[in-house]
Write a new protein. Structure first.
Length: 256
């Protein structure tokens, strides 16, 4: 039977944060989900924790990488076996409201959407920063344009356009699996290019016909955790983002 949502979680050295991440997945109010944990050669015992959760919950599926692939290619390993109608992604140290996937899934089905998106918070040791990007949920065309403009660059008054100034936030979104498969959308290898998540988002939002959102804070991201910094690598991207934009149908090649 096809689950409603597949959630893909690459795991490296998540440390003490992994249990909170997994607790907010297995206790989701949407029960018809599968949780795909991709063990990317962790060395801190995160694999032991993942196996303990898998023994207790049959909805958890484990993938064991033979070598460290890092986060982009590990997500691809999860995509290869995902069966859900919609796909969600989580980093190994993020958490979310327990009704997040239920609300996103219901909204996606209600609006027959290819993508459902919510707002989120960034959690720092000394502060919480809300990201209410879409408080008014404009119409389809306006919403898609607003999201796409945000992904590819930044416009500020009396300043030149600055391309690719934002990170690609992944975890507060559901993506219809059919869209990813029909358009052959995968993550690039972030051992070679930093913006693997941003490039993925540019392609999927361009391919989507219907996008919907819920103006609620439903997900939390902690960008200053040690585990996350160890799992992210910075590599110069060169022309790759521009090549991706130029390859999209009906999108003019950007001028640098």
């Amino acid at each position: 039977m096809t689950p409603k949502v597949s959630i893909i979680v690459p795991i490296y050295n998540a440390g003490k944060f992994l249990e909170k991440c997994l607790d907010t997945l297995v206790n989701q109010t949407l029960k018809d989900i599968e949780i795909i944990l991709v063990l990317d050669c962790p060395t801190d015992g995160s694999d032991r924790i993942a196996r303990e959760y898998a023994e207790k919950d049959p909805r958890i599926r484990l993938i064991v990488n033979e070598q460290n692939l890092n986060i982009g290619l590990s997500r691809n390993e999860g995509l290869k076996i995902a069966r859900g109608e919609y796909i969600g992604f989580s980093d190994h140290d993020d958490w979310r409201e327990l009704d997040m996937y239920e609300k996103l899934y219901q909204k996606a089905r209600e609006d027959q959407a290819d993508i459902a998106i919510s707002n989120f918070d960034s959690i720092y040791p000394d502060r919480i920063i809300p990201h209410p990007y879409y408080p008014d949920c404009p119409n389809q065309e306006q919403l898609k344009q607003e999201i796409f403009s945000h992904l590819i660059g930044d416009w500020k008054k009396e300043q030149e356009w600055r391309p690719f100034t934002h990170w690609g936030y992944m975890w507060h979104i559901l993506y219809k699996r059919e869209i990813l498969e029909n358009h052959n959308i995968w993550f690039s290898d972030n051992r070679e290019i930093t913006y693997e998540d941003l490039l993925f988002l540019i392609q999927v939002f361009h391919a989507a016909n219907r996008i919907t959102c819920i103006p609620l804070i439903s997900s939390c991201f902690s960008p200053k955790k040690p585990g996350k910094q160890l799992y992210l690598q910075f590599n110069p991207t060169g022309d790759q983002p521009f090549n991706v934009l130029g390859s999209l149908p009906h999108y003019p090649s950007p001028q640098r």
